[in-house]
Design a protein around this ligand. Structure first.
Ligand code: ASP
Length: 589
């Protein structure tokens, strides 16, 4: 793209100065970066704008300080031999004979702008976010984010999707996350909910015949914040009519690959696919990180006739092998570390953890080795592929617990930082419709949201064996982070009511709460499905960051506050009165 960078105040950008400009007189604007005194009369100033820095040779009596805003007119010249800086693109040249005009002065910044800022307290960074963004790292991240958004838009448009905006003020929906509520002034006692996602709207757009919708949408969820979660986040939200899951997966893959290409300059390989059952069985988690091994090994059949009580009654026995070659420190864990691993396994829900250290010729060192027959010991070594020096960790429990505990230990012991390459994308398909039964309400808990279509082969078992019912639901995972999820939706009104009923939402309740959503389905809803993925998460990983706050201009801290604006803030009692709200004393909350 050919952008005109000259404006009323400048002729060029700092970062664009090259050998080709030598001899030209240019006018540049920007902030004063580092200053180095040079000899008796001269000083070097780094002048910085968003495009980069250029060195200016100035008279050392010039009174400009760090972060002052200046305008410099000077002549581009080659840096004298031996002073070329190969680390910056403008390193061959400098600006000489500089005339400086101060456009604004500045107080000393609370942290250096010319450094990455890893050692600056996050609260301070966020309190002065406008200065934090002035740094190269944040400038790069926000521009990368824009490039990703732009690539996604282009890809979606070229695939026939229409961009449509949906409301921010809406009724509460049963999507599963805790919502932010907005009190209504006109109807005191009534509340809007801010969208967890545009889920219902996009499905209504399919009923409305829009065929392919997308939006880069702001979503809000009042859930505890983590490295990959903020109250507000952006997602590519899409919905399509007359499709099956392969259609949706293909289109979203195209958009993700386009985004990755725009961000990294190279296209990732075609995205792999596995079922939820495979992911749990092999990686012990529904967001498998494929960048490293230590996968779960099936051992149940090895112990069918075992005398070892803890194994005899278990539904599922699995192991991970912590290889000494790949993880020398972890494999050589001493007693304290092994006790800590056992405690961790128990906290995660296992009855216990069996550890075995493999010695020469397959000899096993472990408090439980004496309970295992020689045949069991050698089968165990053989199946896990363990060699001398390796550590084998075994869990024997229900299938679900065995998988999830070992999956978590695998991540604890071997997972690299999320942004570390290579990028391993994977589609996880055939999620279960329900993930469990809530012990207090005795109601099933949906795996995704309640609009996912049950697998046609499993619908008959919806009420009789709900936990075996698969949904036509799929997730996209990158390096162990869930990028997003989607599903083929229920388009048959009666089936939707049946699922609601089963989730404890009666017909009357459903009509009352989501009548606006159910009613339209009577007027010819096409089969449809969609997907949404988090732009923040994708951008963070592609930017080489391990926290989405690094790719969001104005994020909240881990505790949900904004040190710059002090949000959330107390409001005037008159405002509350207007809304018909009276606050409880803190203790009574
Ligand atoms: N609404 C879902 C979500 O935000 C995505 C989808 O099912 O399309 O997670």
């Amino acid at each position: 793209m050919n952008i005109k960078n000259s404006t009323a105040l400048r002729t060029h950008l700092c970062g664009d100065m090259r050998a080709e400009n030598i001899g030209q007189v240019v006018t540049l604007c920007g902030w004063v970066g580092r200053r180095r005194e040079h000899g008796e009369h001269l000083a070097f100033l780094d002048l910085r704008d968003f495009s980069g820095i250029v060195q200016c040779v100035v008279d050392n009596t010039v009174d400009v300080r760090s972060e002052w805003v200046i305008r410099v007119t000077g002549k581009v010249q080659a840096r004298p031999g031996g002073t070329v800086n190969a680390n910056i693109p403008t390193g061959e040249v400098e600006l000489a004979e500089c005339k400086i005009e101060v456009l604004n002065n500045a107080e000393p910044p609370p942290f250096p702008i010319d450094q990455r800022g890893d050692d600056v307290d996050e609260n301070v960074r966020l309190k002065f976010r406008y200065l934090d963004i002035r740094r190269e790292r944040m400038q790069k991240n926000l521009r990368l984010r824009a490039a990703i958004n732009s690539a996604i838009r282009k890809s979606m448009e070229s695939q026939g999707f229409t961009e449509i905006e949906t409301p921010l003020l809406m009724p509460s929906t049963p999507e599963g996350a805790r919502e932010f509520l907005v009190p209504s002034r006109n109807e005191p006692g009534s509340f809007y909910a801010l969208p967890q996602s545009p889920q219902l709207w996009k499905q209504l757009l399919m009923v409305a015949g829009m065929d392919r919708y997308y939006q880069i949408a702001k979503c809000l969820r009042d859930e505890d914040l983590r490295a990959d979660r903020q109250y507000e986040f952006m997602q590519l939200d899409a919905e399509m009519s007359f499709v099956d899951k392969d259609d949706v997966i293909a289109m979203i893959s195209t958009a993700v690959i386009a985004a990755a290409l725009a961000a990294t300059g190279s296209e990732p390989p075609p995205i792999e696919r596995m079922t939820w059952h495979q992911a749990m069985n092999i990686y012990g988690i529904d967001k498998p990180d494929l960048r490293f091994g230590m996968t779960l090994v099936e051992l149940t059949s090895v112990f069918t006739a075992t005398e070892f009580k803890a194994f005899a009654s278990a539904e599922s026995i699995k192991a991970i092998c912590v290889s000494h070659a790949d993880y020398p420190q972890q494999a050589a864990s001493g007693r304290n570390k092994l006790d800590a691993l056992t405690e961790r396994a128990k906290k995660l829900g296992a009855k216990g953890l069996v550890w075995l250290k493999v010695g020469e010729a397959g000899a096993l060192e472990s408090p439980v080795a004496k309970f295992l027959s020689p045949a069991e010991q050698s089968a165990l070594v053989e199946q896990t592929g363990a060699v001398a020096g390796d550590l084998v960790l075994i869990v024997a429990d229900t299938w679900a617990t065995t998988c999830s505990v070992l999956g978590q230990l695998r991540n604890d012991l071997g997972r690299p930082p999320v942004h570390q390459g290579p990028y391993r994308y994977v589609w996880v398909v055939d999620f279960p419709m329900f993930v469990g039964i809530n012990p207090t309400t005795k109601l099933p808990q949906p795996g995704h949201h309640p609009f996912c279509h049950p697998h046609p082969d499993d619908i008959d078992r919806l009420e009789t064996d709900p936990l075996s019912v698969r949904a036509l639901a799929y997730d996209l995972v990158l390096n162990g982070w869930e990028l997003g999820s989607g599903s083929i939706r229920i388009h048959e009104p009666e089936l939707q009511r049946r699922v609601f009923r089963y989730l404890g939402i009666s017909d009357e309740d459903a009509d009352h709460r989501f009548g606006f959503f159910l009613q339209p389905f009577k007027y010819g809803a096409p089969p449809h499905g969609g997907f949404a993925f988090g732009i923040d998460r994708l951008t963070a990983i592609l930017a080489g960051e391990d926290n989405i706050r690094e790719v969001i201009a104005f994020p909240k801290t881990q505790s949900g506050s904004d040190p710059m604006t002090n949000a959330p803030t107390v409001v005037e009692s008159a405002q509350l009165k207007d809304l018909g709200i009276r606050l409880l004393p803190p203790a009574a909350k």
